[in-house]
Write a protein that binds this ligand. Structure first.
Ligand SMILES: NC(=O)c1ccc[n+]([C@@H]2O[C@H](COP(=O)([O-])OP(=O)(O)OC[C@H]3O[C@@H](n4cnc5c(N)ncnc54)[C@H](O)[C@@H]3O)[C@@H](O)[C@H]2O)c1
Length: 383
């Protein structure tokens, strides 16, 4: 993951000892040997930053005490970072992303983009004004079979979409692990760090993004009921939503972090006028497709003919599973290739590249906020 003389050099904020997603980003960004990690502020505690920095072989003078110093110094260096990856808890994304954008540095930020809609709008405005590339790592859209699903719908093969049923149940917050010191649970159940929602912000946001990516539909309105089952919790840990899309289709979403027996059960079913597609995160290499009056088809990555636009991210032959790291790497592959083109002076249109942009991040923040507000008021919210 550390690579001298890479085409693209990047830095990281977050991802220190004991953290979850920072290391996934490091592996994914380095997967295709185009990007090398050269600078970081892995933690608010400098000793922790040094620990991770030494493990990864980073130079001491590019390990920073805080992200502001990092943005300042890196933007002034001739060989400064081309982009920064932000992998800190939700509430800090806005100020960190803003600081790097203001210094003219491209950004990759994990979801949810920000806590407030106005903050996300400001990041959209700033990245456009500064002409910087901004990716948001909704990891699940990086899977080849999700891209195939998108192509099937785009080409009208299942007709106009009528219904979307999507769920994302997990069990890991079924007991109060935040009280036992579980690092990831502590901040996800704290509104100061997670924002106004727990479960919807953390994983409901993935449902919103993957459905929007696969179908191309826009949510017109939604009605939500949020629950908090965990003792002494202030944020939701379970949610059910009814939705209406801009083409008249209906949707039902369920996300939960207290659903015992469920590990990471993201599952999307889309029903059109003449067919259905179904994809499950825990069996990501297959896509189920059904057409009216025809036998069920199970398409498999590496074995079956996929749309040409999907083909070049299938990395292994038939029967060799690809998973979360590869999906994440596919987002980085697309982002880094856009960045390389930009460095070579090409005029980049982000929408022509296949990674979630800052606009997708803004849609996600709107979704979280409207969901919470619908549950509070008991009313339908309109986008
Ligand atoms: N895309 C996905 O599938 C996915 C999966 C998991 C997490 N996430 C997102 O990634 C982010 C991080 O989640 P996590 O589970 O890795 O959290 P974590 O608690 O495991 O790690 C957070 C890290 O950020 C560091 N940190 C906090 N504030 C900092 C600051 N101001 N400067 C520098 N470092 C700082 C912490 O020390 C820690 O190392 C969250 O926004 C989460 O929603 C996304």
């Amino acid at each position: 993951m550390l690579r001298k003389n890479s085409v693209i050099n990047y830095g990281m904020v977050g991802g220190g000892p004991g953290s979850f997603i920072g290391d996934v980003h490091r592996k994914a960004a380095g997967f295709d040997h185009q990007a090398g990690l050269v600078a970081a502020c892995f933690s608010r505690d400098y000793e922790q930053t040094k620990l991770t920095g030494e493990e990864l072989g980073l130079e001491l003078n590019r390990l920073y005490k805080n992200y502001k110093e990092m943005a300042e110094v890196e933007s002034a260096r001739q060989d400064g970072i081309d982009f920064v990856s932000i992998v800190t808890p939700n509430a800090s994304h806005y100020s960190i992303a803003r600081t790097f954008l203001e210094k003219g540095i491209n950004v990759v930020c994990d979801k949810p983009l920000t806590i407030k809609i106005a903050e996300a709008e400001e990041l959209v405005r700033l990245s456009r004004e500064k002409d910087l590339l901004f990716g948001v790592t909704y990891a699940y859209t990086g899977y080849p079979m999700v891209k195939q699903a998108r192509q099937i719908i785009k080409k009208g093969k299942i007709g106009e979409v009528r219904m979307v049923i999507a769920e994302y149940p997990q069990e890991w917050l079924a007991s109060p692990v935040e009280k036992l010191g579980q690092k990831q649970a502590i901040w996800r159940t704290d509104p100061e760090l997670a924002g106004i929602s727990g479960c919807v912000g953390d994983i409901g946001s993935h449902i919103e993004n993957i459905v929007s990516y696969i179908t191309g539909l826009k949510i017109e309105s939604l009605y939500a009921r949020l629950d908090t089952f965990g003792e002494d919790r202030s944020l939701d840990d379970n949610a059910a939503l009814l939705l209406k899309y801009n083409n008249g289709a209906s949707g039902v979403y369920w996300c939960s972090q207290v659903a015992i027996g469920e590990s990471n059960g993201l599952r999307v079913r889309i029903y059109g006028e003449s067919g259905k597609i179904e994809w499950e995160q825990e069996s990501p290499n297959q896509l189920l497709v059904a057409y009216l009056d025809k036998p069920l088809e199970i398409l498999e990555k590496g074995r079956d003919q996929l749309d040409p636009s999907v083909g070049d991210i299938v990395r292994l032959p038939a029967g060799h599973p690809e998973g979360y790291y590869e999906a994440f790497a596919n987002l980085y592959k697309s982002y880094i290739s856009a960045l390389i083109d930009k460095k070579r002076g090409k005029n980049i249109k982000e929408e022509e590249h296949d990674y979630p942009t800052v606009e997708a991040g803004l849609e996600g923040v709107r979704f979280i906020n409207l969901t919470v507000s619908s549950s509070k008021t008991g009313k339908v919210e309109y986008f």
